[in-house]
Ligand binder design. Sequence first.
Ligand code: NAP
Length: 361
Amino acid sequence: MQQKIPVGILGATGMVGQRFVTLLAKHPWFEISALGASSASAGKPYDQAIGNRWALVEPMPDAVKQMPVYAVDQDLVTIASKVKLVFCAIDLDADAIRSIEDGYAKAGVAVVSNNSANRWTADVPMIMPEVNPHHLDMIPVQRNHRGWNTGFIVVKPNCSIQCYVPILEAWKQFEPQQLRVSTYQAISGAGKTFATWPEMVDNVIPYIGGEEEKSEKEPLKIWATIVDGEFILSETPRISAQCIRVSASDGHFATLNVLFKGSPTKQQLLDAIRNFPNPLSDLKLPSAPEPFITYFDEENRPQTKLDRNIDHGMGISMGRLREDPLGGWKCVSLSHNTIRGAAGGAVLIAELLVAKGYICT
Ligand code: NAP
């Protein structure tokens, strides 16, 4: 791509926003042209607005240190004039986020959101690029409903579902009927580090507000069919989730028990993972992992600390596939929550939007 596409980050000072900054600072297609946060950060250069809150191992990129931070809401016109796309990762109540995201789309900007506020908005597609890229067909319907010409809103699903929806997608020919999943989620998923959440050192908390509902319902929109401009939710598999906060900095781990309508063998299940028909393969997107899913034969893999960064944090890893004595099959899986599950997943959606012609240079 000869000319980079100017993009903005809303919520640039937060945990996910910092991930966007590091991923986009070296991106071959996109250029960071505006940074937004709350009015408390607005008016300051980015490094001052961050202060001592930089939470990543990677250093802050030099190119953003002196960039001014704008207020996401009061400076909407200024930000919108500088960018073609914004990545949204602000922490606010759902009504306020919907109003901000609508405002940017109305101003002609493509919005790729990490927030849950618009995930159940009827005309907003919730995209996992390797699983439902065809749901981008909803963008013209959305523009038509809202009277928008160049702007639109696309959302990324919750970080917890990234490590099991791809596996069930690989197995869809065997018709999964039920999934029991337990997720063991890292503290960065709450925007925290061990320094800011010392109670999580050597601890497990058996509750993450709203997470089990998201983990059970969002996959059914990912697997929805579109009929006459409406999403018809998938009825299978029925999902029961338990979501647990654990003492890990990054990486959401899961255990899965799957009941199928058919009776696949272990070899058939492994072959389906290894031969995943990846719809992104021919598009050459810079952030797309290859392979999408990695199966470990070692009984003690994947491990959160060892394997969360597989394929730059964009790959899904799994292992320990074995028969469940109560029926069906069980296995474990892992994905990086702030890369694949948040900023990296959103950047991949943006790359898909460019490849499909929804955003032009
Ligand atoms: P965070 O670290 O608390 O960051 C929140 C961001 O929102 C900051 O940039 C903050 O700016 C900004 N903000 C707060 N109030 C605002 C306001 N009134 N107007 C404009 N900006 C405002 O949160 P996070 O973990 O990055 O998560 C951000 C969003 O992404 C949340 O909705 C979260 O649910 C979602 N998400 C997080 C993850 C994850 O793994 N962490 C994964 C998927 C989705 P200031 O610094 O100026 O206050």
